[in-house]
Design a protein around this ligand. Sequence first.
Ligand code: F6R
Length: 359
Amino acid sequence: EKGLYAHYMLKEIDEQPAVIRKVISKYRDDQGGIRIDPELRERVMMADRIYVIGCGTSYHAGLIGKQLIENIANIPVESHIASEFLYNRPILSANPLFIFISQSGETADSRGVLVAIKQMGYPAVTITNVPGSTLSREADYTLLTHAGPEIAVASTKAYTAQIAVLALLAFSSVSENGRAQWHGVDPFHELSIAANAMEILINKKEMMEEVVWKYLTSSRNCFFIGRGVDYYVALEGALKLKEISYIQAEGFAGGELKHGTIALIEEGTPAIALITQPHIRANVRSNVQEIMARGAHVCMITMEGSEESDDQIVLPAVHELLTPLVSVIPVQLISYYAAKYRGCDIDKPRNLAKSVTVE
Ligand code: F6R
């Protein structure tokens, strides 16, 4: 029930810190270790390459998963859009493992890939919110996201729960060699810091509402820019904004702007820049300068410790690999308030269904 909330989407955005804490409690064993089937852990560590498959928001979580697994477990990862993978299959490695990401566990495009790779005899794990769903039943292993029912068509808490589970899977698959690097990093501790940071932002909703007032009341388009994981969150921000507010939005890798897109920037074009990664911070700031010089109105979302005086939204500091859990909160809320301002049907955007069971 949505209770006092005007929309399920807002309720589900608010639930995210609690969902991350639930994931922590479900995956933490009595010794503080990660509760993941040792056989699955073994499969992950034996794989020479991991293929992460999903659609829409779940595909965007898969992109973050690539970053997490490659950085933490040091295993090469490719993230694919299910419908593209199915009809334009990449050359597979000798010993692949497949990870399917699906809130509903019923998405036909993802299932198509699962059926195809099972026929080839490859192992599959499904990360889903729905126990007993088709993708869960047909895979060899299931990791549940424990986000509780997601009613709003636009996915929010499922995305952050998927990222948390992917992080735990990555940490549980660190090899002996990699241990030294991660020694002392407690993933549960880092996730709980992230949950607290999410909560701080959720309690400052007026900040995101202000961004909408300032940048998005009359525009027909909006750009999201970032590099690395910030680029992946930019893709998610753009998807959220377009699907519920019908503002045309695009997520861009900061460095790509000058290769074409910058032609679209004119006086007053709104852009949202995500700047959480220390090693590429300066590059994104210089991309922002370039578009501002051409008239863009840029809302900066940055991280505590490296903020500058005119940044609109400063995220509480969290572990560098977990920033998407936190940076996605303002973009979800900006989308929500933009849709609300426009009087859109937030929980049931036009032309969309919650679960897409046709190809
Ligand atoms: C966007 C959204 C969709 C879903 C996609 C996959 O807000 O909800 O893009 O993420 O249809 O659905 P699942 O995760 O159920 O496979």
